[in-house]
Design a protein around this ligand. Structure first.
Ligand SMILES: [Zn+2]
Length: 214
C-alpha cells in the first residue's frame, strides 16, 4: 500500500528535493505552489498548507490563503498550479487532468483545455472502456476505500466523491479490479431509496483553521 508521500498519489516521479516552487499568482510574497501540487506559506515558518477535498466537485482539493491579514480566499489547488506554471488560460479554458484523476494535481497531469476537450477526456477515460487503465490510477488504499463504500453507496456517488470514473468503481465492486487485494465482489442489499443521506456537516473553515493552528 504505497502512496507517494509528497503528492499523495501512487509512486512515480515525485522526488524529495526536486520539487519546484513558484509564487501563487495574486499572492506573491505570501504563498508558493509546487509542481507536485503542494502549497506553502512564506509567512511565519513556511509550513505546507493543509488542503481539503470538496465532495461536491469530485473531491477536488481546495486551500485557504490569506489575501490580506484579515481576509482569506478558498481556491482550487489545480488552478494555482496551472496559473503559476502554465501561465494564464484563454478565456474559454479550464484546467484538465490528463489521467482523469481530479485530485492528482502534479503539474505533469495538468493542462489548460476547453470544456469540450475536457469532456472528450472524460469520454476517453470513461465508464465504458479502459477500466484497466482507470484502475491503474487508484492506489491500493483508494481502491480499498472504494470497495468499503460500495456496500452502502451508489457507484455514481462514490465516483463523484472520490473523483474516479464509474467504470473504475464498478470494476472494484464486481471484484474485477485490484484482484491482488483479494477483495471479492461486493454483495449489497438493494438500495432502499435513491435518496442518499446528506454528507456529514463540516465545521466552517475558519473553525478548522483555528483548531489546526491552536
Ligand atoms: Zn507523487
Amino acid at each position: 500500500m504505497s502512496v507517494c508521500t509528497i503528492c499523495g498519489h501512487r509512486p512515480h516521479t515525485c522526488i524529495e528535493g526536486a520539487e519546484r516552487w513558484l509564487p501563487v499568482v495574486g499572492f506573491e510574497g505570501r504563498y508558493e505552489v509546487s509542481d507536485y501540487g503542494r502549497v506553502r506559506s512564506l509567512l511565519g515558518r513556511g509550513r505546507i498548507m493543509t488542503q481539503w477535498r470538496d465532495a461536491k466537485r469530485g473531491g477536488r482539493f481546495k486551500v485557504s490563503l490569506m489575501l490580506t491579514d484579515t481576509s482569506s480566499r478558498s481556491l482550487w489547488v489545480h488552478r494555482l498550479v496551472a496559473l503559476a506554471f502554465l501561465g494564464p488560460p484563454a478565456p474559454d479554458q479550464e484546467v484538465a487532468h490528463w489521467n482523469g484523476v481530479a485530485t492528482d494535481n502534479r503539474l505533469e497531469n495538468l493542462r489548460w483545455a476547453t470544456r469540450l476537450e475536457n469532456a472528450a477526456d472524460s469520454k476517453r477515460l470513461g465508464t465504458y472502456s479502459g477500466q484497466r487503465s482507470s484502475n491503474a490510477k487508484l492506489t491500493d488504499d483508494e481502491a480499498l476505500e472504494v470497495w468499503r463504500l460500495c456496500h452502502t453507496m451508489s457507484d455514481g456517488r462514490i465516483g463523484r466523491m472520490l473523483g474516479v470514473s464509474m467504470g473504475a468503481v464498478r470494476a472494484i465492486r464486481e471484484g474485477r479490479g485490484f484482484v491482488h487485494l483479494n477483495l471479492g465482489p461486493v454483495v449489497r442489499p438493494k438500495l432502499v431509496s435513491r435518496h442518499q443521506p446528506p454528507l456529514p456537516p463540516q465545521a466552517p473553515i475558519r473553525d478548522r483553521l483555528r483548531d489546526r493552528d491552536a
